[in-house]
Ligand binder design. Structure first.
Ligand SMILES: C[S@@+](CC[C@H](N)C(=O)[O-])C[C@H]1O[C@@H](n2cnc3c(N)ncnc32)[C@H](O)[C@@H]1O
Length: 286
């Protein structure tokens, strides 16, 4: 499954960076800023499932602003299992002039090829919760953290509090053929969308203590409704629901989803705005 998923994220990387990273990146950068004051001087930081590198850039700019000495081993390790995502992060790092602070490497976050107790902080913005074996992801994050080190991760809130999820899922669930709604393997992260569920999952799987939850919200702006449908088709999270459709079924779903988005946007050529809201969990390695 990992190879198929990796290929799907590789194929989606450029669209993800263009359409979704502006909103996840806003949240990632703010989750770094809200915890930066807790980092020790000269921190070693790991970004798990870094995507196009938004959190890594915030961390590297912080390291530079603190006059941290660049380390030959890298102060911030940006990791993702998608080589295309890592290539985007490398470009972003170079464009911000912070390459001396960052080491970019391909790693599966369920099995990091990194030594125990290496990092002062591990971040994962909308990453580990999507892994097929997310418990392995939480455990690996804890393993590579030094005792007392900080773990920070973001996960979407439930559809009731998160229009981005609600407005994508409502027309999909209403228009998909019923046989596709219950196909295994279902992502089993619905329980994580509450603050209590997220804390229980992370602290139950790995030796994390003192969990705290905050909310960060942002608005996704897409130039027009069809652009959102186009991005949803390539996004591995929503594409999982679409792959079993016949061509006719997919055309029906497309019509329903685009019509829903056009009603929200007020027309086919108007920008679509979707409010998104996430929980940010901060915990300590016990
Ligand atoms: C929703 S994106 C989040 C990217 C970025 N952190 C952000 O906030 O925009 C999920 C990322 O997880 C990566 N990913 C998925 N499964 C992974 C795994 N097993 N190991 C490492 N990265 C993985 C994908 O390649 C993708 O970059």
């Amino acid at each position: 499954m990992t190879d198929t998923l990796r290929a799907a994220w590789d194929a989606h990387a450029a669209d993800y960076a263009r359409v979704f990273a502006p909103v996840t990146g806003f949240i990632a950068q703010n989750m770094f800023r809200m915890t930066a004051a807790r980092l020790p001087a000269q921190s070693r930081i790991l970004d798990v499932a870094c995507g196009a590198g938004e959190l890594t850039i915030a961390a590297a700019l912080h390291a530079r602003s603190m006059d941290n000495a660049p380390s030959a081993h890298g102060t911030i390790w940006a990791t993702d299992f998608s080589a295309e995502m890592i290539a985007l992060t490398e470009q972003a790092v170079a464009a911000h002039g912070v390459a001396e602070f960052v080491r970019c490497e391909v790693h599966d976050g369920q099995q990091l090829a990194l030594a125990d107790e290496t990092f002062d902080a591990v971040f994962s913005s909308f990453g580990i919760f999507l892994f097929p074996d997310r418990q392995a992801g939480w455990r690996e994050a804890a393993r590579v953290l030094r005792p007392g080190g900080m773990f920070v991760t973001s996960v979407w809130r439930d559809p009731e509090h998160n229009a981005l999820a609600r407005q994508q899922m409502a027309p999909l669930l209403a228009s998909l053929p019923p046989r596709l709604l219950d196909l295994p393997p279902r992502p089993d992260w619905i329980g994580l969308l509450s603050a209590e569920g997220l804390m229980a999952d992370v602290c139950g799987a790995a030796p994390f203590v003192d969990p705290e939850i905050s909310v960060i919200s942002a608005t996704l702006v897409v130039p027009h409704p069809f652009a959102m449908w186009d991005a949803m088709q390539g996004n591995p999270v929503t594409n999982r629901l679409l792959v079993g459709c016949t061509a006719d079924e997919l055309a029906d779903v497309a019509r329903a989803v685009v019509a829903h988005f056009e009603a929200l946007a007020g027309g086919a050529h108007r920008p679509l705005l979707l409010d998104a809201s996430a929980h940010v969990l901060v915990a300590r390695r016990g």
